[in-house]
Design a protein around this ligand. Sequence first.
Ligand code: PRX
Length: 680
Amino acid sequence: MAEERLDVSEAQIASHWKEEGYYPPSSKFVAQANMTDEKIYDRMALENVPDCFKEYADLLDWYKYWDEILDTSDAPCYKWFKGGLINASYNCIDRHLAKNRNKTAIHFVPELEEERVQHVTYQELWVRVNEFTALLQDFCGLKAGDRVTLHMPMTAELPITMLALCRIGVIHSQVFGGFSGKACADRIVDSQSEVLITMDGYYRGGKIMDHKIKANEACDEAAKQGQTVKKVLIWQRHPGKYSAETPMVEGRDFIVNDLLKNYYGKRVEPVKMPAEAPLFLMYTSGTTGKPKGCQHGTGGYLAYVTATSKYVQDIHPEDVYWCMADIGWITGHSYIVYGPLALAASSVIYEGIPTYPDAGRCWRIAQDLGVNIFHTAPTAIRALRKVGPDEPAKYDYYFKHMTTVGEPIEPEVWKWYYEVVGKGKAAIVDTWWQTETGGFLCSTLPGIKAMKPGSAGPGMPGIHPIILDDDGNEVPSGEGKAGNICIQNPWPGMFQTIWGDRDRFVSNYFKRYCKDPNSKDWRDWPYLTGDAAIMAEDGYVRILGRIDDVINVSGHRLGTKELESAALVVEEVAEAAVVPIKHEIKGVEPDMFIALKPGYEPSEEIIAKVQKALIDEIGPIAKARKVWIVPDMPKTRSGKIMRRILAAISNNTDVGDTMTLANPEIVEAIQEMAKKFDKK
Ligand code: PRX
């Protein structure tokens, strides 16, 4: 019986998460919104793909228009705007000088509050990018098509470096600053980079970290794997002063500030790049195997992120926009650097921890810089809610718009974001997308569609999601059934391939539902996102998580997010994470980990409340094997809860590598708790 139930496909099993009501945007927001024309959905209907995307490309300056909007001759490796010539650096800087020369392009906010904020104008950005480009060209001999690995922290020099590289068509691959030297090396090797650009140090939790040491480790490890890094360029966190302890390597390492003196006043014309030339690589981990280098093209990617920044982020040139992601991830590339700068906005880059030195830091930054668009992830929202639920009210800022991205957001948390952070005034967009997709796939257009807590929203204009069951049949909307969410059509922001691994690109993302492997027609190649989702009758999509995050309890598939959302209804609970535990009869059972808000002590009563909430919100099937009250969740440096580690502890298996965690010490504490539980 149990085995039979396990064979039931996830797409056939209903979700138990309740639908929430709508929140319309305020009339004040709508009156100023960039996009209020509902006909955009008709213009970008499936039958108008791909031509409809001209509307997006027209937001950019082209040296030459394309000959063909979409070349499918090598499907599913598509070429957008083929024959077009464009430069991303020109579109993000030069074209704004006539009107916005004196406007701040980048507000760099150092972590230490006593260090002054840097306001880099578009003119200054242009000068600094030009001089650095001259250095890259002359001193490093770089040219279009070369790859350069960046391992930089969140400072103004990071976008300066990216924009200098793409000015001459060099492909950048920025590795998240919090990653180890070894992780950086793997990416250097895969991309065959001969130049590494880094910084000597950066601040974290009030202390300066020696970041240069990772460059040494990366170069040594890359050499072992057969890739020689010929030059390492090191920006100084404090120009004129070397902030690391790690020695320089003679003949390989160079301080950028010293070299730049030779390039004072130099200007480099942007190179007219083919629209389909790769702009950057962004490595992302699959469930197994080595990281995949998602290759994004120039014209298509830039058109897509510019349009979505304008219509979904509602960015106007006069806005001060703060996305709290790290530029080492796709969110930072698309929605800190390329999108906002292409629209001549002011983009905030914050170096440090959101709660340093206290829970009010974010709101002070917003108040002092006049931030009016705020963009972050549920994990940060939960953390801010946990440490300072009443902090936002103490500061005088006004957000017209807020974004959530990266994971499903529990309606309880969404409501705190809306009411407390947004003070009931901001339009919220829940944007669902992936490293691979370049920009948003599902979201509301904030001036047109109402918000619905817990739902990302409908497909973006020109993005046509479909939910398929395991046999490739469409799961109808409105029936509460989950399935594999796919995108039926190509769009300009999608990645072009996996760097150097076309087979993996095709097999990971297209093979499953491909109708004919020899087809050159995009209609035969639906894109598999790897997420499970439910589409409501109104077309709004609720993401349940990765296909492997959906658990099967006695044949009932439950999104781990649904269970977590139920636990968050309990007043005392700040964060919740569910992991599946093997069970001989039921297949799996959920184990629930919770962290409490400040001021609450662990108690049996809270555990009972959580169990009751699971039963009340979902049903007896959702009752946890055990509710663990933990001091904190194991988290990656980017703030994602590492459920893999919790699952290993619960299942009594090896927790594996905890090196990339922000708080490895928490693992031991939870293991101790688990031992005591096992003895009982
Ligand atoms: O499972 C989805 C989840 O994050 C995955 C993509 O992660 P990554 O490539 O790191 O990109 C993160 C930034 C876009 C997706 O497959 N995800 C992303 N956004 C949401 C989400 N899950 C639910 N709601 C979202 N808004």
